[in-house]
Design a binder for this molecule. Structure first.
Ligand code: CA2
Length: 153
């Protein structure tokens, strides 16, 4: 790792089940951008003091392992869209609680304006903040919020 790398704040963009199909199905709900497009939008929106990388998994255990490894990888904060695990996963809640990094919950749609089961987030109490309902721009807004938080601390 070079000296300048060490000065950069590292943001992980983490996405859960089915989000790898973004831009390919249900564009009326989730828009027409692919997850790769979204990762690039976030990277472009961040200032020069930040780097970002994106990962997606359909598997709860893999998401949990990745969250557990972030501190060792030198990551400073996480933007996390857990997909439908948002509404069911106490294991992801525990993983976020067990990490000392700030995690911002992000959603493309507004889960509170949809079906009843989407109104519960098991991870929300473990997160530093939440952005939802702005389409894929939610990821960019969450990155801006996280960047401000990281510069403050
Ligand atoms: O609005 C969000 O970002 C959600 O996290 C998306 C989840 C949903 O279960 C949450 O309630 C809200 C679903 C992601 C499914 O993504 C797809 C993308 C393209 C095609 C099909 C599914």
């Amino acid at each position: 790792m070079s000296g300048s790398d060490r000065l950069m704040k590292k943001i992980l963009i983490l996405s859960g089940p089915n989000l790898g199909r973004l831009g390919k199905r249900e564009p009326e709900i989730y828009g027409s951008k692919t997850l790769q497009d979204v990762h690039e939008d976030v990277a472009q929106s961040l200032g020069s003091g930040f780097t970002s990388s994106g990962r997606q998994s359909n598997h709860e255990g893999e998401l949990i392992s990745w969250i557990g490894e972030t501190e060792d990888e030198g990551i400073d904060g996480i933007i996390f869209n857990p997909g439908a695990y948002t509404h069911t996963s106490y294991a992801l809640y525990d993983a976020i609680r067990g990490s000392s990094l700030p995690v911002i919950e992000v959603h493309i749609s507004n889960p509170d304006a949809r079906e009843e089961f989407r109104k519960t987030s098991t991870i929300a109490p473990a997160c530093a903040g939440r952005v939802a309902g702005f389409g894929t721009t939610s990821y960019v807004l969450a990155a801006q919020g996280l960047a401000a938080l990281l510069l403050k601390n």
